[in-house]
Design a protein around this ligand. Structure first.
Ligand code: AVI
Length: 316
């Protein structure tokens, strides 16, 4: 039986970097935690649960765009290439493409290598003909594609509007890095569009409180990296819409005075003080094209839904 190859196991190598990164974010006067720490094993499962919520429109809208434009998309992407999945998670979205574009090889990249290992092994059993590899990589710092990965028709797959979790200069940096690695291939990307506040608020503050659990769980993820003593009961999930910056902003707000300690330091939070945990940018069709153009992509094919909630783009 063919087994997926795991090329790198980044998280353990970078424990000290993560410690320093989290500590310095917490010690800022406006405390923040990078959203990548949302995706520990439990956080990854909670995110999967979010994608099943009826209020969380991005996943279903994107899926419907793919289904409704299947033939055109297959024609644009071509067949038998190398599919490189950024933030692969449970690899479900890539699996959706397997039957259509029949990639010769599949490289899954994710921050949470534990979650990836399991998902990729199951997928390899199901598709023994595709050569599969996984990398645990923090590509928010730098995207490194090993030389061993084929340069034949590389298609980077970045669905779900994950690009929206970066502030614009970082998003453009990542897009430029992707462009540099496409080797004449392209980027197949899903990008969320700006829409009415009530739709956004329902999606990011759902009545089942799964998004609240996902956001609060970042404190447990931080405890495991930092050795800190955050208690999730001391914080509340807060969602704000920043119209000027065209983004949803997630925070954790202290519901009482809190003192958090970790080896070598402490941080106190006043009641009502917030920790920023995530930005989720929403774009217009114009602003997303400009962003992709600035990163080097000039040939864009764009598919969207009737409500113009979401856009799927093949960029070269
Ligand atoms: C992964 N990312 C695109 C999600 C989003 O919509 O920004 C993460 C998320 N945060 C809260 N709900 C979902």
């Amino acid at each position: 039986m063919q087994k997926p190859v795991f090329l790198e196991d980044t998280p353990s190598e970078h424990q000290q970097d993560f410690f320093n990164e989290i500590a310095s974010g917490l010690l800022e006067s406006n405390a923040s935690i990078s959203p990548k720490f949302l995706y520990d094993p439990l956080g990854s499962h909670l995110f999967t649960a979010i994608t099943l919520l009826p209020e969380y429109y991005p996943t279903n809208t994107e899926k419907n765009i793919l289904l409704q434009n299947r033939d055109e998309i297959i024609q644009a992407l071509g067949k038998q290439g190398t599919l490189i999945d950024l933030g692969a998670g449970n690899c479900q979205k890539a699996e959706f493409l397997f039957d259509a574009i029949e990639p010769a090889s599949y490289l899954a990249i994710d921050f949470s290598v534990e979650y990836l290992t399991d998902a990729l092994s199951k997928l390899q059993n199901k598709y023994p003909r595709i050569s599969m590899a996984g990398i645990g990589m923090d590509f928010t710092q730098q995207l490194n594609i090993p030389d061993t990965v084929s340069t034949t028709s590389r298609i980077f797959f970045y669905p779900g509007s994950s690009i929206g979790n970066f502030v614009t200069p970082e998003a453009e940096k990542l897009l430029r890095e992707i462009w540099a690695h496409t080797a004449g291939g392209g980027l197949f990307i899903g990008i969320d569009l700006m829409k009415a506040d009530e739709v956004l608020l329902a999606a990011y503050d759902d009545p089942l409180k799964i998004t609240a659990a996902f956001n609060l769980n970042i404190l447990r993820s931080v405890n495991s990296h930092l050795g800190s003593n955050f208690d999730i009961r001391d914080f509340e999930h807060i969602v704000e819409i920043n119209h000027e910056e065209m983004r949803v902003e997630l925070y954790l707000e202290a519901n009482k005075e809190v003192l958090v300690t970790w080896p070598g330091n402490t941080r106190s939070f006043k009641k009502g003080e917030r920790i920023h945990t995530e930005h989720s940018h929403k774009y217009s069709l114009e602003s997303l094209q400009e962003m992709l153009n600035r990163a080097g992509f000039h040939c864009l094919k764009i598919w969207t839904d009737a409500n113009q909630y979401f856009a799927v783009i093949y960029a070269q």
